[in-house]
Ligand binder design. Structure first.
Ligand code: ADP
Length: 591
């Protein structure tokens, strides 16, 4: 789905384009608030001084004159001209002061931000309904599983209000200043800061400051505070200077294999979550989707070279001989409790041999695991094939992070098929199209059109949109979106043409729930939402397989919704209306 960016404010617009009332309003934007004092013709301090002086003078005058009357037994109601003037001045100054400070006080009460973010949400229209375009009517079915997550609300609210404070970075201390200067001068390598300082946050802060000085470019806007830099050390990212924030939306619930899932999607593409959400609704109202895991095995294929093609072929026959399998798998499996060799598939290219090892990897995506097993086998083979020259542990026949037919045909990671029957009336009411139009569009676009384009695993409308968003939210390797998005979408009219059978078949979904980015706090929270956080102790591998099914189910929802929008001819219209930022992009320049 090729769509543009939307500004945050646009999300707060109703379908009619009217702004929604902002309940959670931060009043630090005081310049935008109209005050009573704005109407003053004189400088504020002069006017206020004048009226204050007048007020207290007449009060003093009246009190002393009344005290004098009491002392001399003069009736209080007998007043002279000067007292009349004083009373008038008192009334005028009192009205002014009351009007000035009173209105400001009332304004400040009205504009006070609510400290209860959930209370603000309560009477706000469901945010998930707000960005939906007319073409993508995505009002939600009941969100049963979300209720339990409300318990976490008190923890969330303070972080929201501290956001401004988090962005401000304090000036460096004298000691840090000296290190920054050394990094800028090149006497301390930037990469060594973590080791030298033993404090990852401090290292990131110093590196960031040095970078800004060296490049002369500001990193303002890239947050530094509020992230656990220890958690990425040696695992996720080197030489950090901050972290990127990506909004996470929720599509769902998605009814899949009898369970409801709220699917977290990290994206900056407007319409994507709303569209997937609409697909989830259509699936739910039709009784849900079901999935089957066809295969589960991660691959790694080293390339080795011999002096002759004959020798390369000999190793191929050795590796594929069932009699040798037990020995090879024993050697392979000793690297991990979870990595279990399944197959070795070999391909010869002249004197070179490519051996595609495939193994189960428990709840890990498995690249490290499979690589360790392969290394063990290569070391072992060296005994019987001393003339074998190991060119590389990865020979691209794996094939990782590149479009390749081998993944599309053989599968890599989890191979999943997911299907649903969408009732005809749901197709018309929720998806705003009809079964025949969808079937025809699928045939001409996803099958024929992709064939004409020479597609490799791209027989779908936008699987990679959903795959990428779920991968980012759940800490998967986003580069594996390439093969993980291989998908063929099938649509068929059933029940005498009344209902729609829709399926997605995805042979290489590469996901894990342990290792890599999955252990970081925010990604881990998203995995937790899906009920697949971390390792499954009872049945290792179950969490990762469940996640793969959720990915396929979400793709099914995304396919249904986008295909419907196209079939109904609404895609361009709705995206032009709701997906174009009104911001002046030319105003954004480097600083
Ligand atoms: P990957 O192979 O995906 O790169 P890592 O090697 O980073 O993943 O993480 C896998 C690690 O997690 C291994 O050390 C493995 O022993 C450990 N682990 C613990 N529980 C499990 C599990 N249920 N499934 C897979 N690995 C697990």
């Amino acid at each position: 789905m090729e769509v543009g960016r939307r500004s945050a404010m646009e999300y707060n617009n109703t379908k009619e384009g009217k702004p929604l009332k902002m309940k959670v309003k931060f009043v630090d934007d005081e310049k935008d608030v109209v005050k009573a004092s704005d109407a003053m013709p004189l400088p504020l301090y002069l006017t206020n001084t004048l009226f204050f002086t007048l007020f207290f003078s007449v009060v003093y005058f009246l009190l002393t004159s009344w005290r004098e009357k009491i002392r001399t037994n003069t009736p209080l109601h007998i007043i002279n001209l000067s007292e009349i003037v004083a009373i008038l001045a008192f009334v005028v100054s009192f009205i002014y002061l009351l009007g000035f400070f009173g209105i400001d006080f009332v304004q400040s009460l009205i504009l006070q931000p609510s400290n209860d973010i959930w209370a603000a949400d309560d009477d706000e229209e469901d945010a998930r309904k707000v960005p939906c375009v007319q073409a993508l009517d995505c009002s939600l079915p009941k969100m049963a599983p979300i209720a339990s997550s409300l318990k976490a609300a008190p923890k969330v609210a303070p972080e929201v209000f501290e956001e401004k404070a988090m962005i401000a970075t304090p000036p460096p201390t004298e000691e840090d200043e000296a290190i920054i200067k050394a990094v800028v001068a090149g006497t301390i390598p930037s990469y060594s800061l973590e080791t030298k300082l033993g404090d990852c946050k401090r290292a990131a802060s110093i590196r960031r400051e040095a970078l800004q000085r060296v490049t002369g470019k500001s990193l303002e806007g890239l947050p530094l505070e509020g992230f656990d830099y220890e958690s990425i050390l040696g695992q996720c990212c080197e030489m950090p200077v901050g972290y990127i924030t990506i909004p996470v939306g929720i599509a769902g619930p998605l009814m899949l294999d009898g369970r409801e899932f709220s699917v977290p999607m990290a994206t900056t593409e407007g319409c994507l979550v709303a569209s997937t959400n609409r697909g989830c609704k259509a699936i739910n109202l039709s009784g849900g989707a079901s999935s089957v895991l066809l295969k589960d095995g991660m691959t790694r294929a080293p390339v080795v070279r011999f002096n002759s093609a004959k020798r390369a072929a000999e190793l191929k026959f050795f590796m594929e001989d069932p009699n040798n399998y037990e020995t090879i798998s024993m050697v392979f499996n000793k690297s991990s409790r979870f990595g279990r060799l399944q197959t070795v598939k070999c391909a010869v290219a002249g004197k070179n041999l490519y051996m595609r090892f495939c193994c189960s990897t428990g709840d890990a995506m498995g690249m490290n695991m499979v690589s360790k097993g392969v290394q063990n086998v290569l070391d072992f083979l060296q005994n019987d094939f001393p003339d074998m020259d190991v060119i590389g542990i990865s020979g691209n026949y794996c094939s990782d992070k590149k479009p390749a037919a081998v993944n599309w045909i053989e599968g890599r990671g989890k191979s999943v098929v997911c299907e649903a029957v969408i009732k005809g009336d749901i197709v018309s009411k929720v998806l705003k199209t009809n079964v025949a139009a969808l079937v025809e569009l699928n045939m001409l676009k996803n099958l024929t059109g992709s064939a004409i384009a020479g597609a490799l695993g791209g027989f779908n409308a936008h699987a990679s949109n959903i795959v990428s968003a779920v991968y980012l939210a759940t800490g998967q390797d986003p580069a594996q979106n390439i093969e993980s998005s291989h998908c063929i979408t099938m649509m068929e009219a059933i029940n005498d043409g009344k209902d729609l059978h829709v399926s997605v078949t995805m042979p290489s979904i590469e996901v894990g729930t342990v290792g890599g980015g999955t252990q970081l706090a925010s990604q881990s929270a998203c995995l937790n939402l899906l009920g697949v956080k971390g390792a499954n102790r009872e049945a290792p591998g179950t969490n990762a397989r469940q996640l793969a099914s959720v990915v396929a189910g979400s793709v099914l929802a995304g396919e249904l919704s986008l295909m419907s929008a196209i079939a109904a001819g609404q895609l361009v219209k709705s995206h032009m209306k709701y997906n174009r930022s009104n911001k002046d992009v030319t105003a954004v320049a480097s600083t």
